[in-house]
Design a protein around this ligand. Structure first.
Ligand SMILES: Nc1ncnc2c1ncn2[C@@H]1O[C@H](COP(=O)(O)OP(=O)(O)OP(=O)(O)O)[C@@H](O)[C@H]1O
Ligand SMILES: [Mg+2]
Length: 454
């Protein structure tokens, strides 16, 4: 509903304009004093202000000025007496929309008002379109505004509706698991189970037992039979993470399930059929693994029905600050730190950095910065070494190791992990237990800290 403010001390003039506009379906507020008009501008929004140039307490120019200040979206039409045209022209230079000289026909004024209303509509439409272009998308927890991610999400939406096997590719930390989630929860199977398993977290025999299940007595310790993940995912989806780590023996078994939709439990004699949609992921270049003879070509083609490749964060810089701001809000709330911000130099550093660990690395950088920040603004000193090279400032330019906290923490973590692995004689599950972390976390840390798996 368009709103118009009329400021004129002549009651007859005011009432006739007001009635004519109300008849056009516009909302009209009227006042005889300039200051009352200015108060109204402070309190609510208007699309148009029609004011007499000469008012008892102030003048139309003051109303125009107040309008620029308090209601910049409103257009101003001045009513002038014959002889004050110069002032009216001055007012137009100051940003008035138009003026009309007394005496005038109501039709002339209505025409002017109609033009203003059309202009306001266009302006509003334009604003809405701009907002739409700027809108930040959020699809199942995936935040983005880059073109590249928008096209990934389009593929995800298309493929989710089908039952096709999906292979999610992308560097570590690019959001592969998030994509797998989105596919399942936007598919027809969304009410069915969504089961996940990472090939990297388990040694071969355990992985086999986990995937296909086993019968009682299949191996020492198997006092009871157990369903595998394929059985658990029946009617739903199975997310096979780190598929590039599968051993040849398991690759063969997996191929059989994909081809025949059936398998045997370990130590079992009965063939089990399942209806499972496979979503798999790897950070490896599977094609290269096939060429190198590490991954079966037939399995590769079975899995690679619909590939979805996630671009690394450095190739979607449009998303960097959007994500950083989002994580900042999240972690500052979690840490009870209130509203926080990034300094301009931090933002610049964020945009320049290459993020080898992608979004997961950005998450860690922001979380750490929130903890370290002394005030409500994150500064360069709160960023890790890699972003904010401290070699010069902290190590006296000697080029040696700097005494940066994150470097020290990483060093310490590495030492603990190596010690646990040695104590566990290479058994990763025991080492994880000793460290009090999951095997997946251990595996991730080994990768991030470049601890060679034993
Ligand atoms: N578009 C996004 N919006 C918000 N958060 C994201 C987005 N993409 C990834 N993340 C977050 O980044 C982190 C890493 O994502 P995810 O675990 O899905 O990556 P990944 O590719 O599976 O990594 P890895 O190869 O190391 O297993 C998670 O905390 C995830 O929530
Ligand atoms: Mg993952």
């Amino acid at each position: 509903m368009k709103r118009i403010l009329i400021v004129d001390d002549e009651p007859l003039m005011r009432i006739s304009i007001s009635d004519a506009l109300a008849e056009e379906g516009l909302t009209v507020i009227e006042t005889g004093l300039g200051h009352d008009g200015i108060e109204a501008l402070k309190e609510s929004t208007f699309d148009l202000v029609i004011t007499d140039l000469r008012l008892p307490d102030t003048d139309g120019i003051e109303v125009l000025k107040a309008c620029k200040q308090y209601a910049p979206e409103a257009k101003v039409i001045l009513i002038t007496a014959y002889g004050s045209v110069d002032t009216a022209v001055e007012a137009m230079k100051m940003g008035a929309y138009d003026y009309i000289t007394k005496p005038f026909s109501m039709d002339k004024l209505l025409l002017m008002v109609e033009r203003v209303m059309r202009l306001r509509e266009l302006e509003e439409e334009n604003l809405m379109l701009k907002e739409q272009v700027e809108r930040r998308y959020n699809f199942d927890g995936m935040l983005y505004k880059s073109e590249k991610m928008a096209s990934v999400v389009e593929s995800v939406k298309t493929v989710a509706a089908t039952d096709a096997t999906v292979l999610v590719l992308g560097e570590s930390g690019t959001g592969k698991e998030l994509i797998a989630n989105a596919i399942h929860y936007n598919s027809l199977r969304k009410d069915g189970p969504f089961v996940k398993i990472s090939s990297a977290a388990l040694p071969e025999t355990l992985l086999e037992a986990e995937l296909f299940g086993y019968e009682r007595g299949a191996f020492t310790g198997a006092v009871k039979g157990k369903k595998g993940r394929f059985e658990l995912a029946d009617g739903g989806s199975l997310f096979l993470d780190e598929i590039g780590e599968l051993t040849p023996a398991i690759q063969v078994k997996l191929l059989r399930v994909l081809q025949e939709k059936e398998f045997d439990r370990l130590g079992g004699t009965q063939t089990i059929s399942v209806d499972v949609r496979i979503i798999c992921a790897t950070q490896r270049n599977l094609k290269a693994e096939v060429a190198a003879g590490n991954f079966r070509e037939d399995l590769y083609y079975r899995l690679n029905v619909v590939p979805i490749t996630l671009p690394p964060l450095r190739e979607r810089r449009d998303d960097v600050l959007l994500l950083a701001d989002y994580f900042l809000t999240k972690f500052s709330e979690q840490n009870g730190k209130g509203k926080m911000g990034f300094s301009a130099s931090v933002r610049e550093a964020f945009l320049r950095y290459a993020y080898p660990g992608n979004i997961r690395e950005l998450v860690n950088i922001v979380e750490r910065a929130v903890v370290l920040a002394r005030g409500t603004e994150i500064e360069l000193r709160d960023l890790p070494d890699d972003l904010n090279s401290c070699a010069d400032s902290l190590s006296g330019g000697g080029g040696g190791r700097c005494c940066n906290l994150s470097v020290a923490v990483k060093d310490f973590e590495k030492q603990c992990i190596l010690k646990a692995l040695a104590e566990a004689e290479g058994s990763k599950s025991l080492a994880a237990k000793l460290l009090g972390i999951s095997r997946k976390t251990l595996w991730e840390k080994c990768k991030a800290l470049e601890v060679a798996p034993t």
